[in-house]
Design a protein around this ligand. Structure first.
Ligand code: F6P
Length: 536
């Protein structure tokens, strides 16, 4: 193992059985010193075992990996996605001023042109200047999957208080249940269908798009006139019959999971309007400036990444829970699963060598307080610590329900406190003795009420979930994933790992239809046979 990793591992070992609470006892400024604020966001990482020594080693790790150099290479349009020979410029979609060169050409005029076309279209749909056969558009159905679904879906749900456009729906799964349930009750004559697919070949999306077109054709004489496409593949969108005026393209330097800032965000723009959408972009751009300018010790994406590296690669905790205490962020964990696991779930470094430390953790989560009544039992008393990332807004949107919000926030803070402090056997014994238990039964019952504590968590505190702060949060996580990827030495922007399953699905399909399909393993053949029998 190279020095950079072994030094951190040795440091962790040298901490022995030190507890997070000991770090607070040793450093009276810890609560403040390990809580970093920028642009209205506060990131508290004091409830971890990272102390000043670990922090310095982690920052050295980031410096040694040339995070700053790779970051600047990304923002200036260099081809850092080396396995696909592409630049990585989703940041250009949210900073509409300035210029960025790719292959000697300034890409920004085209970015601005498409942004303005989207905004014009969104205004027309929202005002009723663009209509369906039955009049003003009442419903929008976004058909896409992966990055062409998760980002806009997450953001549309998050921005519910700002919705003043048509109702917005999302279809992603090739399971016919998804589109059937979504279209049920919609009026084809006042529905706009958006086909969101960078490649316009993704089998789930194209199957759903054709089904939606057939559904619309039953009522609407020119169904394609109520379709828009978000895609780079203009030949394929034309073949599908979608007029070029409703095709919004983007370049290959926008990765699917980083694409919500541009045309893939059209459903969000339709729901909240172009002005609010621009506030979302501004939040992302503000985080970009912070990431580019703040020293590492005060740099939120860098710190988030270093905490992640500490917990997974150094401490060996296999998963990470994202726990937004904000019901409207219900799809954030799913969005982050793609962002983090598709980006950094890789075993090979950029140079083709195997990684010397584990790749990224399993990311999962659910809004609090619901998770508290489901899986928090394991987080508190299970044998494997789960680092938790709490997210909380100081203000809700429901002024008349302020008491709900205080209760929500109290639960969030109580959870991180309980995770850190735990409850000792002596405390549990006293508790149960006070309830009248004695002897062996007292001991037995008390043991079930012990909480090991010393379980790490971080808390991201924001003022309120607005388009601007949502933009900050999404960009924060994007850059965190980037920094982690640079430290691991991997390419966070390709996704070869999803290809094999896609290829095999095409070969399994004939097997399920009972057609000749050689080359499958005995288990798959057997399952296909059972499947055919059960279908009758
Ligand atoms: O799952 C692989 C993937 O390529 C994702 O990276 C992408 O977000 C998704 O498929 C959808 O791709 P497309 O937008 O081309 O339909």
């Amino acid at each position: 193992m190279t020095d950079k990793w072994s030094r951190l591992k040795s440091y962790r070992q040298s901490q022995g059985d030190c507890r997070i609470t000991d770090l607070f006892a040793r450093d009276e400024d810890r609560a403040d010193g390990f809580c970093t604020s920028a642009d209205g966001l506060a990131f508290d990482w004091s409830k971890t075992l990272i102390d000043a020594g670990a922090r310095d080693l982690l920052i050295e790790l980031a410096e040694g990996a040339d995070v700053a150099g790779r970051r600047d290479a990304m923002f200036t349009g260099q081809k850092i996605n080396e396995t696909e020979g592409r630049a990585v410029l989703h940041t250009a979609l949210r900073n509409l001023s300035g210029s960025v060169q790719v292959d000697g050409q300034d890409v920004m005029p085209e970015v601005r042109r498409i942004h303005d076309l989207m905004a014009d279209f969104a205004r027309d749909v929202r005002s009723g200047a663009f209509t369906g056969q039955g009049g003003k558009i009442t419903d929008v159905v976004n058909i896409g999957i992966g990055g062409s679904d998760l980002g806009p879906f997450m953001a549309v749900l998050a921005m519910a208080p700002y919705h003043d456009g048509p109702r917005t729906h999302f279809v992603s799964n090739v399971d016919g249940a998804d589109i059937a349930d979504t279209l049920k009750g919609l009026d084809p004559a006042t529905t706009l269908v958006i086909v969101a697919s960078k490649t316009f070949t993704t089998i789930e999306t194209m199957t759903n798009a054709r089904t939606a077109r057939d559904w619309m054709a039953k009522v609407v004489s020119e169904p394609a006139a109520q379709f828009a496409a978000l895609s780079s593949a203009t030949d394929k969108t034309a073949e599908f019959g979608i007029d070029a005026s409703r095709v919004f393209g983007f370049e290959d330097w926008v990765g699917g999971r980083y694409s919500v800032w541009g045309p893939i965000g059209l459903s969000l723009m339709l729901a909240i309007g172009p002005e609010r959408f621009d506030e979302f972009l501004a939040g992302g751009a503000a985080m970009d400036s912070h990431f580019r300018e703040a020293p590492f010790a005060e740099n939120l994406p860098v710190l988030l990444a270093l905490v992640g590296i500490w917990h997974h690669q150094i401490c060996g905790f296999p998963t990470r829970a994202v726990l937004p205490y904000d019901n409207r962020l219900i799809r954030l964990p799913a969005y982050l699963q793609q962002l983090e696991m598709e980006s950094n779930g890789k075993g090979v470094a950029m140079d083709g060598a195997s990684l010397e430390v584990p790749s990224g953790p399993v990311v999962w989560g659910e809004p609090g307080t619901n998770g508290q009544h489901a899986f928090y039992q394991l987080i508190h008393q299970g044998t494997m610590p789960v680092p938790c990332e709490f997210i909380l807004a100081a203000n809700g949107h429901e002024d008349e329900l302020a008491h709900h919000h205080i209760l929500l926030a109290a639960n969030c803070l109580a959870q991180s406190e309980a995770l850190m402090r735990g409850r000792t056997l002596d405390e549990a014994l006293a508790l149960m003795a006070a309830k009248g238990l004695e002897g062996a039964e007292l001991d037995r019952q008390a043991r079930h009420r012990v909480f090991p504590g010393n379980r790490p968590s971080t808390t991201l505190l924001i003022g309120q979930l607005t388009p601007f702060t949502l933009g900050q949060i999404v960009a924060l996580y994007e850059h965190r994933v980037f920094v982690e990827g640079v430290i691991l030495g991997i390419n966070s922007f390709d996704q070869w790992g999803v290809e094999l399953g896609k290829e095999l699905a095409l070969k399994v399909e004939p097997l399920l239809k009972g057609e000749d399909a050689p080359g499958h393993d005995p288990s798959t053949e057997h399952l296909a046979e059972l499947f055919r029998e059960m279908r009758g």
